[in-house]
Each structure stands twice: as structure tokens, then as C-alpha cells.
Design a protein. Sequence first.
Length: 236
Amino acid sequence: MTAPLPPALPALRDQLLDPTGGLVYHLRAARHRRRLWAPFHAAVADWLAGWQPPRAHLAIVGPNAGYALPDGFLARFERVTALEPDPLARWLLRRRPDAARLRFDRLDCLRDADGLARLADRFPDAAILFSNVLGQVSAPAADWATPIARHLAGRPWASYHDAISTAVPPARSTPCSLPDAAALPDVLARFWDGGELPLADHATFGLGGPGPRRYAVWPIAPGRWHLVEWVARPAG
């Protein structure tokens, strides 16, 4: 079921070649999720097990098909609303055993600088989870941290997102937790040995302002690794 959207609000357009998913991603998932991705998915399951927002409604932005969401996660909430542009991902997500309370919404909350304000207004009672999407979609302004601080400060939200990606294999892959004072070089040193590391910066490191963060390495494909950051903030 998809909730109707007022004409004044920007709507998601169906995309099978979306930068956060699409056919290439589904093919990767079919090939790698059971083995190569399994340690990273275990880290996500651990993060989500510890995130217990005091809300009965979850709004989840960019869940794709829910490949990284542990079994039973959606059933923790009385209502779940997903914002997902990939029609194949929506088809797969609604077929999860824990998706009985799931509905879809067409709001495009990542298109422009006012998107997160519209997200907060449309779902005033919801905890919000950004499901590995913010590091894939460029921020409409200078960064994602500013609109999040402005529009989501009064509610519980969480995000796991790509901080950097690289073709250099990590020396270590054990997930870690670090205080808010940790700089990016300190985090990278937990996984990669010293020396210059060629990387792509996804412009999300330190999202959410002061507070602890957690990190894990995701081998998204052979020869490509992402450093994923987890941030969770309570209601203000």
C-alpha cells in the first residue's frame, strides 16, 4: 500500500538505476549478501538491536530491499513507512515476513534543502532511520549535518552511511566504537595501516554532531571497500 501524496510535495520517481540501489545493486546482493556481506550485515544487526527509539512508528528512508535489515526488525514497530524509489526493491521489501505493518510513501525528502523539513512534518510521530542512503545521495546544500540538526533535533533518528570508499583492502575488519572527538585519520587507522590512503569521501563523516559513533567495513564488491558510520540520536 502506498500513501497518497499532496500535489505540493515532491514525489519520488521510480528508478531502477538509482545511485543508492537499482539493478546492479540487486545483482550484487544476489551474489554477495550470504557470504561477502555477512559480517557487515551482522554489524548492522548489532547496531539496530541497540537502537530502541520510544516511538511506535518508524519512517525508513532508502531501505532498498532491506538486505541489511535483520529478520524481525520491521515487526518491532506498530507502523513502518518506507520511502524507496526502486520499484523492484519495494516489491522485495513488502515480501519480507516481518513486513505486515509496512506501507510506502512517495515523498522525496532528499531532493532539496527543505526535504528533511517536509519529512519531519509528514511523519511527526515517527522515529527516522536513514538506511545507508545519505552517503550515496549528495547533500542538497553544503552537507547533510546542517539540515538534520535543524529539522530532526526534536525526534529520535539514526543513520548508517558510507563515510569513505577505497580500493585498498583493510588490514583489520573488526567493527569499533569511538568517541565523538575521533577524527577521520584516527578512525581509518583502526582499519587501515599507516600511509596515504586513496579514497572517495562521501561527505558524511561525523554526521549528527557530538556523540559516540560506530564503524564497520563493508566489502561491497571484490576489490572495493566502504567504511560505514553508525550514528543514533535520541529525541531532543
